[in-house]
Design a protein around this ligand. Structure first.
Ligand SMILES: NC(=O)C1=CN([C@@H]2O[C@H](COP(=O)(O)OP(=O)(O)OC[C@H]3O[C@@H](n4cnc5c(N)ncnc54)[C@H](OP(=O)(O)O)[C@@H]3O)[C@@H](O)[C@H]2O)[C@@H](O)CC1
Ligand SMILES: [K+]
Length: 496
């Protein structure tokens, strides 16, 4: 698990390291600068190296980089944008040292050829839109040919949201200090970073002073958190789940969700569906147990019976946008004794009256894409997309639930303020049935005993990795939901 910090948390870490642990900021700055020098020397970058500095501590890092380059025989071209009055204490010290060494500091970028452009204009202290000389200089830096290195974060990207505040430096490398930042992971910020390198400069987890960051992401080693297969076990050990899915002509959604659950390790999957789907499901997924209804009158009794003795329930894939789906959803929410995953048409049915969520104490996991989120909240898609984190947080503060907001960077939030941001997956996964597969994985993991928030986060990660495996085999154009299911097995067989 890797923490992702916003600017406020990162500043608290900087300040705890300096003020609580007593490691002076200027020492951290020196280590930050040295970590950049390491990359420059590893990549054998040559003169001319341009270092563009602002007046904050990000600029201070830049000035220190320029001085160490000088110490090591380079002839850096140093540009400082902004007035001396705005220099921070540390940046002012760095500037004085450069002056003592008689290293020239320019106020505009000389029009010569460069091998490398170092962006130390703004770091996590960027607080507003970039305008005027700052805008012009970032624009010039973007046009210059050469390898582009952003210090801590590309200037112009908000560390908190990943938004471009007017203009942003387009980097080939971003060397970020201590911990990765939220803005480096969310769109569009992540498209400006190039390769992200997180460098230890002496700011450790101790600097959280016991108050852990709420936002995190997963890496491959976190797959160890998946439920373990036991030596002595039977199908009951791995959970029995109920998937309410598939209206007439929509058997595919039921099949994809059910199959994904089995591929993720479920012991038994019961699919509750319209009787028209019986034969096709029996042929395509003979491992599933089916409960089929012939008429609306039969639904209540059959459903309540199916809900007995299950470990998790999913409702929605291919259910259809109709009154029967709302009826099914009401019955599930009002009677469930286990966590419920609501997806697709289940979400559309929920949007007819969200207060239904208050009628259960069981964990509810919602998996909307942006269109479904728009129907749930009444906000337009553009508004939600431009503020994914805020939209998610607002929802879970209003309705106690776990929200899986699906986008290029899917975000999982819960009412305890935890935030998972996903980095796995690819654009080939934007294909019909992909969401049904995710629903199957989440429900399976809950059925196998994972706590709902962890299950949802791990499922999103696994789903993305499975999609990445599928891309390797089929490519982004041809990737289909059934290939993602194949991908689940490719990922899981590596870890067991
Ligand atoms: N502290 C530590 O221990 C360590 C910190 N480190 C480094 O420090 C960086 C953070 O430094 P920082 O906090 O000084 O902020 P930084 O990003 O340099 O910019 C602030 C300046 O920009 C200005 N400004 C903001 N927006 C603007 C705009 N749109 N247009 C124009 N001006 C704007 C703002 O002005 P103000 O808002 O005050 O008017 C202020 O002058 C961090 O990213 C890392 O690189 C490392 O050395 C490791 C140790
Ligand atoms: K920067």
């Amino acid at each position: 698990m890797e923490y992702l910090l916003d600017s406020k948390t990162m500043k608290s870490c900087d300040s705890a390291t300096a003020n609580y642990f007593g490691l002076p900021s200027i020492v951290l700055m020196e280590r930050a600068a040295l970590s950049v020098i390491e990359l420059i020397q590893d990549k054998k970058m040559k003169d001319n190296i341009l270092v563009v500095c602002g007046t904050g501590n990000n600029g201070g890092d830049g000035l220190a980089i320029a001085r160490i380059l000088y110490e090591r025989g380079y002839k850096p071209i140093v540009v400082l944008i902004g007035s001396d009055d705005s220099l921070t204490k540390e940046a002012a010290i760095q500037k004085k040292i450069l002056e003592k060494y008689k290293i020239n500091i320019e106020s505009t970028i000389p029009q010569i050829e460069y091998t490398t452009i170092i962006d130390a204009l703004f770091g996590i202290g960027l607080s507003r839109e970039v305008e005027g000389i700052y805008y012009e200089n970032i624009s010039i830096m973007n046009k210059i040919e050469g390898c582009k290195i952003a210090i801590d974060i590309p200037s112009g990207i908000s560390a908190d949201t990943g938004k471009v505040l007017g203009i942003a430096f387009q980097a080939d490398y971003t060397i970020t200090f201590g911990f990765s930042k939220i803005g480096l992971v969310l769109y569009p910020g992540c498209t400006y970073c190039g390769k992200i390198i997180v460098k230890d400069i002496g700011i450790t987890k101790d600097s959280f002073l016991g108050e852990l960051p709420i936002t995190f992401t997963y890496n491959k080693k976190d797959l160890q958190e998946l439920p373990k297969r036991k030596f002595y076990s039977n199908k009951g050990t791995y959970g029995k789940i109920l998937i309410i899915a598939g209206n007439i002509n929509m058997s595919g959604a039921a099949c994809l969700a059910g199959k994904s659950a089995y591929f993720t390790g479920s012991g038994l999957v019961n699919i509750f569906t319209s009787s028209e789907n019986r034969i096709i499901l029996q042929s395509n997924l003979p491992e599933a147990v089916l409960t089929c209804f012939n008429s609306e009158e039969e639904i209540e009794e059959l459903l309540l019976e199916s809900m007995e003795n299950v470990d998790a329930i999913a409702i929605g894939p291919g259910c259809g946008d109709n009154h029967i789906t709302r009826k099914l959803l009401e019955l599930v929410i009002k009677n469930t004794k286990v966590p419920v995953v609501i997806d697709a048409d289940g979400l559309n049915a929920l949007s007819k009256g969200n207060e239904l969520l208050t009628e259960t104490d069981q964990p509810i996991i919602l998996t909307p894409h942006l269109g479904e989120m728009s129907r749930l909240t009444g906000d337009d898609v553009g508004k939600i997309q431009s503020a994914l984190l805020n939209s998610s947080k607002q929802w879970v503060n209003k309705y106690k639930s776990i929200l899986v907001l699906k986008d290029a960077r899917t975000i999982v939030t819960d009412s305890n303020n935890r935030v998972y941001i996903n980095r796995s997956g690819n654009n080939g996964m934007a294909t019909a049935g992909s969401g049904d597969v995710l629903t199957g994985i989440i429900t399976s993991l809950i059925g196998q005993g994972k706590k709902p928030f962890e299950a949802a986060s791990l499922a999103v990660y696994l789903h993305g990795l499975a999609g990445d495996e599928a891309r390797k085999k089929y490519g982004v154009y041809s990737l289909m939901a059934s290939h993602i299911i194949e991908g689940i097995s490719m990922v899981l067989k590596e870890i067991n």
